[in-house]
Structures are given as structure tokens and as C-alpha cells.
Design a binder for this molecule. Structure first.
Ligand code: ADP
Ligand code: ASP
Ligand code: MG
Length: 419
């Protein structure tokens, strides 16, 4: 019997009415004869509310205690959904991440799954039960409860799908798939029927919230097909790309074609250079390494690192940064004015395989931004992405502009690799 993993996001279980609707969709899947595993996020804005609660007590909440608090959100949702399924006559049982065998490293707040031991899940499936799992959480080898970083329920679902050899993993949300840009910001964005793992991973890393980047990384590693769909849409039919997005291994598109635009608002841009009062002769590289060591000690991850001509620049996402005040004061105490932190910038990216084969796309994007008076503070490229760091207040306009330039005015439509 095929195992199907379905994940329902926070907005899909925001209230009792919606939880009942999800329960019906789960029952419909079970009636088709599948073994069903359901991964659920915390109800509505619960995670944000719990974080706000922590902040009322502590400006720099302890990471371990945050995990104890945040995991409660998904625990509530799993129990209530399980009850709702049982009310419909389904034989459901709920499990926390730890009970489901999600083993992580011990990096609280943004832990990584290192192994899944789904024995209890398999036992209950064998008994014919519907297993409801709390997303976003696991347990470390030291038996500490951990969370997987914001949006981490997607990762739970994909990891569980891989461990169970599931046929596919459905990620159900308020949006019916992955769009060419955030449809809340770019009203002309359109759904993309099929995406490769690499394209999806880059979109997610650049800020497209609909799928979690680590989840896509896992899916790619284990060859799991992801169906991104709306909770309100029917179960996947013969062609799930017709009313959702299918992410799996696909032959490459024409190089240089932009598939989407994504942006990230809440970033800090660190610039490191000049003399440190405590060690004025420190070289640029040793200064940069010192800053990275401090960031590592505080478990702060950075991206787009660039060291040149004695200056280091680095982008830090605020998504899983809950001790910003503590990190800022540690940087100031150790490095003084040699570390500057800009809190007015955001990042907007265009994504596509081979996007930088020539400078054509970069020039087109920069010209489009310049024509609207938006100048880039920095530009970073990889073979899949061009990222412009710009004033945060212009981010939404920039996303619309780049979408118009690269997607709407594209002469040839994005070729469908299946077509
Ligand atoms: P869930 O709670 O179901 O996990 P999320 O809020 O994490 O849902 O993700 C869904 C949201 O992602 C959508 O409401 C949409 O505004 C946003 N989003 C950002 N970029 C994209 C994109 N490229 N395609 C679809 N949705 C996107
Ligand atoms: N509830 C968590 C969050 O809000 C995990 C998730 O929704 O995937 O980030
Ligand atoms: Mg999400």
C-alpha cells in the first residue's frame, strides 16, 4: 500500500472550521486506500505569538527554552487534528517529533535532521492508523527537544516521506503552488507547474516562503517528489502539475531563463573592516575570521559572504535570530567600529539555471531597477541566482519591476520540461 505524506501549514489549521476541513481531506485520502501520514504546523500565528510571549520576558531568550516553548504550538495542532479525524470515524494517533523518531543535531532553534527512526509511525501504519505528526520539531542525541527553524514543518514532512519511502509528499498551504513571485506582492505572478529541486531550493533560499529550503534539499537528496498544493484543492489527479506545482528531478530548461523572483525583507548586512581598537594590527582576514567565530559562537548563520580588499560583507537573515541584542553587543564589545550593521536593506533575487552565463540578465535587472531610481547597495551572483541588496522600503517595487522585466516581458514563455 502506498504511503502518502501530507503537510498542512499554519493557515490551513488556523481555526476549528479549517481543522475539520483538513480532517475531511485526510479521510478522503485514506478512503482511496493509502497509508496516510499527516504533518501539521502550529495553528495560525501561534509560533509568532509564542515568540512574542518569550520576548516579553526576555530580550535574549535562551535557545533551549525557546524550543521547549515553540514546540508546544505544533503539539496543540496535532492533538486537535487527531481528535477531528477521530470524530469523522478515522483511527488517528498523534505523535510529537521525538515520538516519530526525528533525530536532530543539538543546535537549538535551527536544528538539522540527521536521522529519522520512524518505528512507531510504521507500527501504527501497519495497524491501519492515520498518523498525525507535529512538524518543526525533533529530539537531539542528548535527548533535548529541538526545533528546525521557521517553516520547518515542510522539512519534517519531506524527511518523514523519505524515511517511509512515500510515493510523494504533498505540501498543502493557502496558495496553490509555487508562483513566479510572491502573489501577495506581485499580483501578476503565475503558478509554475513544474520545478527542479535546484530552482526551488534557490527560490526558497532567496525568500519564497511557500517551501522551506532545507525541505527541498532533503527531497533532492532522497529523490522525493514534492507536490505543492492548496489545502482547498482536490487530491492530486493524474497530472498534479495541472493544479499545483510538482518539484522533482527535471531535465534542465534553456539556460538563462528566469523562472522566478523572490525577496527577503528582514536581513542585516554586516560590513567588517578597518582597525580594531584592541588589536590595531590585525589583518583583514584575521578580523573577518574573528567575526565569523563570534557569529558561530552565537549560532548565527550568514550568507553571501564576500571578502575583498580588506573588507568583509555578509548578510544575516533575521528569520531564526532571536538574540539580536546580545549578538550586537558582543560584536560591539569585541570589534568596536570595525563592524557595521545596516538595518535598512533587503534582498531581491532573480532565479534561473545558467542565469549568469553572460552578464545579460544582471545588466537587464540593474537597468530596470535604475530606471525606477532604485540603486543597489550590493550585487551577488551564483550560477542560479542574481541578488540585489537594496533599500528595504523599495523591495516590493523592485520585485514587481524585476518580475515584469524577466517574466512578463520575456519573449519566450518559460518552457515546460514536460511539455
Ligand atoms: P504555510 O503556513 O502553509 O507553511 P507559508 O506562509 O509558510 O504557508 O507559505 C505560504 C505563503 O508564501 C503564501 O501565502 C505566499 O504569500 C508566500 N509566498 C512567497 N513567495 C511565494 C511564491 N513564489 N509562490 C507562492 N507563495 C509564495
Ligand atoms: N510553526 C512553525 C513556523 O511558524 C513551523 C512551520 O510553520 O512550518 O515557522
Ligand atoms: Mg511554511
Amino acid at each position: 500500500m502506498a504511503v502518502i505524506v501530507q503537510k498542512y501549514g499554519g493557515s490551513s489549521v488556523a481555526d476549528v472550521t479549517r481543522i475539520k476541513r483538513v480532517a475531511e481531506r485526510v479521510m478522503e485520502t485514506k478512503r482511496l486506500g493509502h497509508d496516510v501520514v499527516v504533518v501539521v504546523s502550529a495553528m495560525g500565528d501561534t509560533t509568532d505569538d509564542l515568540l512574542a510571549l518569550a520576548k516579553q520576558v526576555s530580550a535574549n531568550p535562551e535557545r533551549r527554552e525557546l524550543d521547549m516553548l515553540l514546540t508546544a504550538g505544533e503539539r496543540i495542532a496535532m492533538a486537535v487534528l487527531s481528535m477531528a479525524i477521530r470524530e469523522l470515524g478515522g483511527d488517528a494517533i498523534s505523535f510529537t517529533g521525538s515520538q516519530s523518531g526525528i533525530i536532530t543535531n543539538d543546535r537549538h532553534v535551527d536544528a538539522r535532521i540527521i536521522e529519522v527512526r520512524p518505528f512507531r509511525v510504521q507500527d501504527e501504519l501497519a495497524r491501519g492508523k492515520i498518523v498525525v505528526i507535529a512538524g518543526y520539531q525533533g529530539v537531539s542525541y542528548r535527548r533535548e527537544v529541538t526545533t528546525l527553524g521557521r517553516g520547518g514543518s515542510d522539512t519534517t514532512a519531506v524527511a518523514m516521506a523519505a524515511a517511509l519511502g512515500a510515493e510523494y509528499c504533498e505540501i498543502c498551504s493557502d496558495v496553490d503552488g509555487v508562483y513566479t513571485a510572491d502573489p501577495r506582492v506581485v499580483t501578476t505572478a503565475r503558478r509554475i507547474g513544474t520545478l527542479s529541486y535546484e530552482e526551488t531550493q534557490e527560490l526558497a533560499e532567496a525568500g519564497a516562503k511557500v517551501l522551506n529550503a532545507q525541505a527541498v534539499e532533503f527531497a533532492k537528496e532522497k529523490g522525493i517528489a514534492i507536490y505543492a498544493r492548496a489545502t482547498r484543492s482536490p487530491l492530486p489527479g493524474a497530472d498534479p502539475s495541472a493544479d499545483g506545482t510538482v518539484v522533482r528531478r527535471f531535465p534542465p530548461r534553456m539556460p538563462g531563463v528566469v523562472v522566478g523572483v523572490a525577496s527577503e525583507k528582514e536581513v542585516l548586512v554586516l560590513t567588517v573592516g578597518g582597525a580594531v581598537p584592541s588589536s590595531p594590527k590585525a589583518s583583514a582576514e584575521s578580523l573577518a575570521l574573528g567575526v565569523m567565530e563570534l557569529l558561530d559562537e552565537h549560532r548565527v548563520a550568514g550568507k553571501q559572504l564576500h571578502l575583498a580588499d580588506g573588507w568583509l560583507s555578509l548578510v544575516v537573515s533575521r528569520e531564526n535570530l532571536h538574540e539580536e541584542a546580545r549578538v550586537r553587543s558582543a560584536l560591539r564589545a569585541q570589534f568596536g567600529d570595525a563592524v557595521r550593521i545596516a538595518d535598512t536593506l533587503g534582498a531581491v533575487s532573480a532565479i534561473g539555471a545558467g542565469i549568469n552565463a553572460s552578464f545579460h540578465n544582471l545588466r537587464r535587472g540593474s537597468d530596470a531597477l535604475a530606471s525606477a531610481g532604485i540603486s543597489a547597495n550590493g550585487i551577488a551572483t551564483s550560477s542560479f541566482r542574481i541578488t540585489w541588496t537594496i533599500d528595504r522600503s523599495t523591495l516590493d517595487d523592485a520585485a514587481r519591476l524585476l518580475h515584469r522585466t524577466f517574466i512578463e516581458e520575456q519573449r519566450t514563455p518559460v518552457p515546460d520540461p514536460l511539455g
